[in-house]
Design a protein around this ligand. Structure first.
Ligand code: COA
Ligand code: MG
Length: 287
């Protein structure tokens, strides 16, 4: 999944608009973009939307963002929406692997109640929204077979830290958020889950978004969340590997295939060994 678009579940207009924008996944949101009084209606809308969207032959992946474990709202979210069989549930304010394990148990119960295959609902955790959560990042590996992705957030973390802003004047993130980003990448790969980059909220600045996507792809993130439909195409294009990189990866894979006994080869004058081969194979697997 390259692009994952947040869509507030209490907005029929945005739900409808989201289906045509080309995002690889839609995150139907019941949490921060929906006011408390609107949650019950938003749950009903989310269930109807996911049920209908699942019928299309070619469709984006459908992710339900629930409220956090400590919100007092999560059980009602799942009771109301799980019958629609979302592909994944996104858990905000996740503190450590045990929170994912906890959600996994709740999903198993709903799958049984609603006649869904056991284990069919994946989990994507937002793993850096509280100060303590950064210290829990090592615990996601092995937490649950459902864990498909880890992502990070700067907005909630900056509020938790008492910061004035998460971004510097040049648009880059301040140190605490750069740390959260890097640790999320490491924790996701360690847990065999996809690392997903956080949102870029200035939705009129597509050049800034493209630059942030390029940096994320360079560092190993597999995709990025979006808040506006116009961001999906920018993200999809930016996460496609550049043609030069594809060409070089093909050359590396071919060279090792032709020299099966070789540990190291010189390709275009550059030392090329096993990590380069693995990187090339991983890049080609994304095509
Ligand atoms: N999903 C689907 N459609 C969206 C959308 C979204 N996230 N954001 C905007 N749209 C639609 C609008 O409804 C509008 O449709 P219309 O022309 O048919 O009325 C069109 O795209 C253009 O929107 P625009 O006028 O440029 O923006 P806006 O002022 O309507 O909305 C936001 C701006 C930020 C409020 C809106 O993008 C949004 O709600 N984003 C998601 C926020 C969210 O989920 N946050 C939580 C996670 S961080
Ligand atoms: Mg939030």
């Amino acid at each position: 999944m390259r692009s994952l678009l947040f869509v507030p579940a209490d907005s029929p207009r945005k739900l409808e608009k989201s289906l045509g924008c080309g995002a690889d996944a839609l995150i139907v949101d019941l949490e921060d973009s929906v006011a408390l009084a609107a949650k019950p209606a938003a749950r009903e809308a989310a269930r109807a939307f996911i049920t209908a969207a699942r019928q299309a032959a070619a469709r984006p992946r459908l992710i339900l963002r629930v409220n956090s474990l400590d919100s007092g709202l999560l059980e009602a979210d799942l009771d109301a929406v799980m019958a629609s069989a979302p592909d994944a549930v996104m858990l905000p304010k996740s503190r450590h692997g045990a929170d994912v394990q906890n959600l996994a148990a709740k999903l198993a119960v709903r799958e049984a109640e609603f006649g869904l295959p056991d284990g069919s609902t994946q989990i994507i955790a937002i793993a850096t929204e509280t100060a303590g959560a950064l210290f829990g990042l090592a615990s996601y590996a092995g937490a649950s077979r459902r864990l498909a992705g880890l992502t990070w957030g700067a907005e909630d973390l900056s509020a938790a830290l008492g910061a004035e802003t998460a971004r510097l004047a040049d648009g880059s993130h301040a140190d605490p958020y750069r740390l959260a980003r890097a640790l999320t990448l490491l924790a996701a790969r360690a847990a065999d889950a996809e690392p997903i980059d956080t949102v870029f909220t200035d939705f009129r600045d597509n050049a800034g978004l493209a630059a942030e996507c390029a940096a994320a792809r360079r560092d190993g993130f597999s995709g990025k969340m979006a808040i506006h439909p116009a961001q999906a195409a920018v993200i999809n294009a930016a996460f496609a590997p550049p043609p030069e990189a594809v060409e070089r990866a093909r050359k590396i894979v071919a060279a090792f295939a032709q020299n099966p006994g070789a540990g190291v080869l010189s390709i275009d004058g550059l030392m090329t060994d096993r990590p380069h081969l693995l990187r090339a194979e991983r890049l080609l697997s994304r095509l």
